[in-house]
Design a protein around this ligand. Sequence first.
Ligand code: DHB
Ligand code: FE
Length: 289
Amino acid sequence: MANVIGGFATSHVPSIGGAIAKGLQRTPYWSPFFNAFDPVHEWLAREKPDVAVVIYNDHGLSHFLDKMPTFAVGAAEEYRNADEGWGIPVLPPFPGHAALSWHLIESLVADEFDITTCQEHLVDHAFALPLKLMYPDAGANWPVRTVPITINSVQHPLPSALRCWKLGQAIGRALDSWPGAEKIVVVGTGGLSHQLDGTRAGFINKAFDQLCLDKIVSDPEALTRYSNKELIEQAGSQGVELMCWIAMRGALTGRVSKVSSAYHVPVSNTGGAVLLLQNEPLPQALAAE
Ligand code: DHB
Ligand code: FE
């Protein structure tokens, strides 16, 4: 039985890639963000996940406005990163896990999530940077196989927070029924509050971000009661990337506890946040094995 050992979430601001390329991680501007990864690296070195299921929003590299899936699942043996115009160095390709992807797709469709399947899929900064943050020394040899799952947070109408929570729960059920022995970490990327355009460009809501960081651990369903309009009011028009955190949390079906979290503003124009959760099987799940 598949073993979802944890959930991890981080902001995915493109300038993080620039800071890594220039070696600025321990400078005063960047260190409050990058230091948050020290406990994450310790946990990854100890727990050694085999697979990362990465829930994120594509920003136009793979899905553009002319054809925008609400939810899509990658089903390839490899995912290439490419130049998406932010000036971030392109990272080496990421290994996929097509068999697990197809298991997820079968299970999600049976669960009435009519997702788009992507046998070719370029991964943008929202997928690549979190993996680079998790594994800074990986080079071309990523230590995890990956499954990318995208949520449309770019072109309205967007799925609701509640729908993304239910998607996450369906992903959790699918992973729990995977017969393989891989250790799996579910990753959610994006947010927290930010707005890149319009009259509120630069908007950050620290109080709301801290509420989200608290609720996502202990009472995630509280976050599913916000409408998209309310989320945009509270978190900014791009702050809806919180959806990916909510879906990640929904996929953790065991006993969830916080390993570490950090919050720092600003990271570029964003409330920068990092969260690591441990997921332990419930006693009844162990008994059923
Ligand atoms: C920024 C944040 C994002 O999530 C993104 O995709 C692009 C830019 C920013 O804060 O600059
Ligand atoms: Fe983004």
